[in-house]
Design a protein around this ligand. Structure first.
Ligand SMILES: [Zn+2]
Length: 325
């Protein structure tokens, strides 16, 4: 992890491995201090707090969760008494998609040789993902702490005269997607609306909505965007990711029309220049999302997580690349 100054008052803590769960956090060191997203486990959250304390010595009074995924909310409990702000959908969604007990069970299962072997026979991808997570994370002790201040479309903060705009843009990657714009400093904290130099993973929402949101990022004309995952970038980061999503959707359509399954399509579609990004086999999720749209499935159709990790595993094996999430 490292901290980088983004503008006069904005900072980011970036997880450099850039694999699944390696989410970024932000800090605006004005008006009591605002932290944006709280990391995936308590050790990472403590390290983030320690890094931010170099530029904001007291505990920040506010937290913003950009959406409901575990890797953005599991450090919330360390901000005791803070106001936690998020889109209205986030508390309910967190209970479903960020249940710490499920992850704890998986990690303990994978850490144990006999349960791992049994699980591996059925879900090799789930085991591979669990083993990767074990290298960096420990989900023990995590308790869900839900947002306390909820908003619908837009929420504004005035921090010592600096305006901060929370703009609801979901569902494009997840139901609660919110971006945080600091116009005076030309900074946007994009949450997982933007993945940089790693393959985006989208759960709930549509390509169209995601494109609209990326267009909005560009229109806001920021000098720096803090992605949910990956290094800092400018608007080129947004346009590159849009091009990737367009490419995947177009290629998926050809495979869909040829009646391939989404898994076979993901095995067949070339990574192209995006093979350089982290975890390119996560392509499967974007193909599957495209297929859901072609079939007119509801945008919130649930994911079978073990099957999804297994499919990514199979794509990596078929393409003879490292299995990475
Ligand atoms: Zn994330």
């Amino acid at each position: 992890m490292k901290m980088q100054q983004v503008s006069d008052s904005c900072f980011a803590v970036l997880n450099e491995k850039n694999r699944v769960c390696d989410a970024n956090s932000g800090l605006i060191n004005l008006g009591g201090g605002v932290v944006i997203d709280t990391q995936s486990d308590l050790a990472h959250a403590r390290q983030m707090i320690e890094m931010f304390s170099k530029v904001w010595p007291s505990m920040p009074r506010r937290v913003i969760n950009t959406h409901e995924d575990a890797d953005h909310v599991w450090g919330n409990q360390l901000f005791e008494g803070a106001e936690i702000i998020a889109h209205r959908s986030v508390p309910e969604r967190m209970k479903h998609v960020a249940n710490p007990e499920e992850f704890q069970k998986l990690m303990h299962g994978v850490a144990n040789v006999s349960t791992r072997q049994a699980l591996q026979a059925v879900h090799p991808g789930l085991v591979a993902a669990g083993q990767q997570l074990l290298e960096d994370y420990n989900f023990d002790g995590i308790e869900l702490v839900l947002p306390t201040t909820l908003f619908d479309t837009r929420y504004e903060l005035n921090l010592d005269g600096t305006e901060v705009h929370l703009i609801y843009v979901g569902p494009c990657h997840q139901v609660g997607d919110t971006i945080i714009h600091v116009p005076k400093e030309r900074v946007v904290f994009a949450g997982d609306v933007l993945f940089r130099q790693c393959t985006p993973m989208g759960w709930t929402g549509s390509f169209e909505k995601w494109f609209q949101c990326i267009d909005l990022l560009v229109q806001l004309n920021p000098e720096v965007i803090v992605a949910g995952h990956g290094p800092l970038c400018g608007i080129e980061g947004a346009t590159e990711m849009k091009a990737y999503l367009q490419y995947v959707r177009n290629e998926s359509k050809k495979c869909f029309d040829a009646e391939l399954t989404s898994l076979d399509a993901a095995k067949r579609i070339e990574f192209g220049p995006y093979g350089e990004w982290r975890a390119p086999a996560r392509l499967y999720m974007n193909v599957e999302r495209a297929y859901r749209e072609f079939r007119n499935d509801p945008p919130d159709a649930p994911w079978d997580s073990p099957a999804t990790f297994d499919a990514i595993y199979q794509v990596a094996k078929a393409k003879e690349i490292e299995v990475e999430y």
